[in-house]
Design a protein around this ligand. Structure first.
Ligand SMILES: Nc1nc2c(ncn2[C@@H]2O[C@H](COP(=O)(O)OP(=O)(O)OP(=O)(O)O)[C@@H](O)[C@H]2O)c(=O)[nH]1
Ligand SMILES: [Mg+2]
Length: 507
């Protein structure tokens, strides 16, 4: 689709630089190093910023467990919106109604800005690399200037939508039920779970430390640290063994709180004669309350409750490669984290949210470029099945949901070979580990996901990792591709995903 000729191609990118107030910046594949303030009137910048206060805003949450593809997704989304040459299936772009897209200053001063330029720089380095793992919440604002659809559009002129994209760890959603518990309830539940057959062995170290502790004795910081560390070790061992329900979420994904007192607590049994002031138990209880008050609740209040739309990224292919138990665990962990989207949320969260609700949720199987396109519909069906319960609950609350197989950045090409008279679909790309170009058969998904789900359910947590009955899935590790300067990254269905998520707000 042709773009409006009055809008120079570079304008959105320059706008991005203006909004950032950047002097000299090389953005990897955009290759615009050295373009600077000289080109941009300060007046323009002021007008931009003043305007942004009054423009409508849509907050899009991007979540998923560690490694699901959040950072790559947001980086690719922003780069693709700025360039827009590969966004044919975003309705407003196909209709030629998007005039400009630019980055605007981050609106929440207490939230780190999503490091878009740094991530683009590593993707554009020689050789290209994937961005580093991120461990906390961050946000970026993209302003989309577009002409509304319809007969009045010409009279009204262009309007701007501020799209605030928030990256947050899915693990943090596990804290929602914890907010309503007091220390005694939480500790009793955690101690009972640790005594269960599936967890007992993993808990041995921590329970040993616990046995040597007197909860009614005076607080001692070294003992508190030892217990907290042993408890964290227990949670990490459970996770490694495929067990879920591992709150507090920050113990596994501490963000900026690593080592702070708010995370230095652990469950203790209630002392029989009560907990005197200054006792270890009293101090642990105070820290748990602090965690609920200053860590968990503010996240839901300040970030989660303000979201309008949500993408949940799921690395289903990674789990498939690790076997049935990993798929079972991923399904269980996603079910638990997505409880936050369900009907029956705590009243306090509904009170904060008021009329504001997440009204569209995209469940996206990430890294679909690891599969031949003939398999993509099956991959989408697999994540829809894995998350069917969460989707049903969300729909009950009035949200639209959709499952999709996407690649935010497509690192592979496809290749067909004939084997024993049958055509087999391979994926070809540069292997990250040694830089060699390889063509790989990644494995085929069944037409219906039922067989995979049944094998996953049969694999009990704690079992040795079993394999799939009659299939193997490869662990793939392709390096990011190079793409032409000024162009957006190659992707699979990123434009369709965005159309589902925000298309109605560009009408
Ligand atoms: N081929 C391919 N690989 C991808 C894609 N997206 C993510 N990856 C791979 O998955 C890894 C993790 O992606 P990230 O975007 O860092 O994942 P994340 O959810 O932000 O992970 P954390 O920050 O650790 O929570 C990347 O380093 C890539 O190896 C994609 O679209 N295609
Ligand atoms: Mg990340």
């Amino acid at each position: 689709m042709r773009r409006d000729l009055h809008v120079p191609r570079a304008a959105p990118i320059l706008g991005a630089f203006a909004a950032m107030g950047t002097r000299r910046l090389a953005i990897g594949n955009l290759g615009l190093g050295g373009l600077a303030d000289d080109l941009l009137g300060g007046l323009d910048r002021l007008r931009e910023q003043a305007g942004s206060a009054f423009d409508p805003t849509l907050r899009l949450g991007v979540t998923g467990l560690a490694g699901a593809g959040k950072t790559v997704f947001i980086t690719a989304l922003v780069a693709s919106l700025i360039s827009r040459d590969r966004m044919r299936l975003l309705g407003a772009e196909a209709e030629g109604r998007i005039e400009a897209v630019m980055l605007r200053p981050q609106p929440d001063p207490d939230l780190p800005r999503f490091a878009f330029e740094a991530h683009m720089a590593v993707l554009g380095a020689t050789p290209p690399h994937w961005p580093e793992s991120t461990r906390s919440v961050s946000q970026i604002r993209v302003a989309i200037r577009h002409r509304p659809r319809g007969i009045l559009a010409g009279l009204a002129g262009p309007v701007t939508l501020n799209l605030d994209i928030v990256d947050y760890p899915g693990e943090w959603l596990l804290d929602l039920p914890l907010i309503e518990q007091d220390y005694d309830e939480w500790a009793t539940g955690a101690l009972a779970a640790a005594a269960s057959p599936a967890r007992r062995d993993h808990a041995a170290g921590w329970r040993g430390a616990l046995a040597a502790t007197d909860p009614a004795g005076p607080h001692d910081e070294a003992a508190a640290e030892r217990l907290a560390e042993a408890y964290r070790g227990y949670l990490a061992a459970c996770r490694a063994a495929g067990l879920s329900a591992l709150a507090p979420g920050r113990f596994l994904m501490p963000g900026e709180l690593a080592g702070s007192p708010a995370l230095t607590f652990a469950p203790l049994p209630r002392p029989e004669g009560g907990a005197p002031r200054g006792s270890l138990y009293a101090e642990m209880r105070a820290r748990f309350d602090a965690y609920r008050r200053v860590v968990a609740k503010p996240f839901f209040r300040n970030h989660f409750a303000r979201l309008d739309r949500q993408v949940v990224l799921i690395d289903a292919l990674g789990a498939l490669a690790d076997g049935p138990r990993a798929l079972a665990d991923l399904t269980a962990s996603m079910g638990e984290t997505l409880a936050a989207f369900r009907h029956g949320r705590p009243g306090w969260l509904d009170r904060i949210t008021g009329a504001r609700r997440i009204d569209r949720i995209l469940f996206a199987a990430s890294k679909a470029d690891h599969l031949h396109h003939a398999q993509h519909a099956r991959l989408a069906r697999l994540v829809e099945t894995m998350l069917a319960e969460a989707a049903r609950r969300a729909a009950f609350r009035g949200a639209r949901t959709r499952g999709m197989a996407i690649a935010a950045i497509r690192a592979t090409a496809e290749q067909e070979v004939t084997e024993k008279g049958r055509s087999v679909g391979l994926v070809r790309g540069v292997r990250a580990r040694d830089g060699r170009e390889v063509a790989i058969y990644p494995g085929a998904l069944p037409e219906e996901p039922g067989a995979l789900m049944a094998a996953a359910e049969a694999a009990r947590p704690g079992d040795a990792p079993a394999d799939w009955p009659d299939m193997r899935y490869a662990t793939l590790d392709f390096a990011p591709p190079r793409w032409p300067e000024g162009s957006g990254p190659p992707h699979l269905r990123l434009d369709q995903a965005l159309d589902f998520l925000i298309g109605d707000r560009l009408e």
